[in-house]
Design a protein around this ligand. Structure first.
Ligand code: GLV
Ligand code: MN
Ligand code: MN
Length: 431
């Protein structure tokens, strides 16, 4: 894609000799990682816990130190806006909640990079023609409350605030109560007004960039996500005395379902991925055939038609297994989002800017869910990926080289600057 305005006329911040500060970026990542620390250098900041509150407080302090206008909406999304120029803001951002075994980059990088872009521009005396905003969205991970991307979903009007506030956590807490408890039940309305455009910078969280020796991913979209919880009820009994032929064993069926998910993912190949990430057995004792098993299914594909086909095959298989073993099964949907395509012009701009920064780049879909997929409902949106060493994420070992973090943040800065000054083409519908 060719931007409507050639780069030499864009007068990008990087062309004026400005670069973001590696030291400041890394220092903030380090400081945020000290909140909810876990072995191995990662963090546990499950959404709306005390650790999440402490992380939020730190980010809000950084925003206030920069003189940003900080607002918190009814679902706890935080927005820090540099109110300059006119029109709807160019927005970036991500999340700072983590899974229980979180690394220090997932989400945090996108938020901190947004602040870094603003601080760099301020220090250089460069004022954009539109406001720039950094969003911190509530419960992106979905590890404590489902669905994932809940805050950004409410932000764009995809879920009523009241339903979001009634959401029950895996530990029984109510989302609205937890927001009040940690002091982040804000008063700004949701849904919020649409930004001019949204660009999220994130680590890849997968192995592709590293494997192909590419430095930047220009993200074309996000694959569809299907989450469900399956509960199997059987007959609890003595492990030593119950003949195998008389068992109604939920653990066995849970295991069969996990095996089937692996099989069907292989059968379809391509972008099909299937995961059983959580199994709870009751009463969970060595010499007792369990009375129940509860397991989660995470099934994803970039192709909605195939995703539906796989979902229905899984449902059929589960019904057959239940009948053969004489157990009863119920299931509930925890999250279901169709694949999302990002704005091709914006993604093309990222690819061009990456080349302008002498970084190799490839177009790629995202395997992970992101807040950007919700923002794409209301404004031109895309994402920038930086490589993840060994493709590891949702793990304290998550790591991205400083050089890649800096390059990604510089590309974010130039992208936000370009979006604040130029309409890429009439077809993008930007306002
Ligand atoms: C969010 O991190 C996801 O599960 O994709
Ligand atoms: Mn993330
Ligand atoms: Mn994540």
């Amino acid at each position: 894609m060719t931007p409507a305005v050639p780069f030499r006329e864009l007068n990008l911040p990087s062309m004026q000799g400005n670069s973001i500060s590696q030291d400041r970026l890394l220092a903030r990542l380090d400081e945020l990682a000290t909140i909810g620390p876990i072995d191995g250098g990662g963090s546990c900041r499950l959404a709306l816990t005390d650790a999440d509150r402490d992380g939020r407080d730190l980010v809000v302090t950084w925003m206030r130190d920069l003189g940003l206008e900080v607002i918190v909406d009814g679902v706890g999304n935080i927005t820090g806006t540099w109110n300059v120029g006119s029109g709807a803001p160019v927005m970036t951002g991500s999340h700072i909640d983590t899974v229980r075994t979180g690394g220090r980059y997932d989400g945090n990088f996108g938020v901190i990079a947004g602040l870094e872009v603003i601080e760099t521009l301020m220090a250089a005396g460069l004022t954009p023609a539109r406001p720039l905003a950094v969003g911190v969205f509530t419960n992106e991970e979905g590890a404590r409350f489902q669905p994932d991307m809940l805050g950004s979903l409410v932000y764009v009007g995809g879920l009523p605030l009241e339903s979001a506030l009634d959401t029950i956590a895996i530990d029984g807490a109510v989302l609205g109560d937890e927001l009040q408890r940690i002091g982040y039940a804000g008063s700004a309305p949701c849904p919020s007004a649409a930004p001019h455009a949204f660009v999220e910078l994130h680590i890849e969280q997968g192995p592709r960039l590293e494997a192909e020796g590419i430095q930047i991913g220009a993200v074309t979209g996000v694959q569809g996500i299907s989450w469900q919880e399956v509960t199997i009820a059987g007959q609890s009994n003595h492990a030593g005395t119950t003949p195998m032929s008389l068992r109604h064993d939920p653990a066995y069926i849970a295991a069969e379902i996990a095996v089937y998910l692996r099989q069907i993912a292989h059968e379809y190949g391509g972008n099909q991925v299937c995961t059983v990430g959580k199994i709870d057995l009751q009463p969970n004792l060595i010499n007792v055939v369990p009375k129940s098993a509860t397991l989660t299914l995470d099934v994803r594909n970039t192709d909605e038609k195939i995703l539906r086909e796989v979902e229905s095959k899984i449902a059929k298989k589960i019904a057959e297994l239940a009948e053969d073993e004489g157990v009863s099964i119920s299931s509930r949907v925890l999250a279901r989002f169709e694949p999302v395509e990002f704005d091709a012009q914006l993604t093309g701009l990222i690819a061009e800017l990456a080349q302008h920064h002498n970084r190799s780049v490839m177009l790629m879909p995202s395997g992970a869910g992101h807040d950007a997929q919700m923002l794409a409902r209301v404004c031109p949106t895309t994402m920038i990926f930086t490589p993840s060493v060994q493709g590891i994420s949702h793990n304290p070992a998550e790591f991205t080289n400083a050089d890649d973090l800096v390059a990604g943040t510089n590309i974010l800065m130039d992208t936000m600057w370009a979006l604040a000054h130029f309409d890429l083409s009439p077809q993008t519908g930007m306002n």
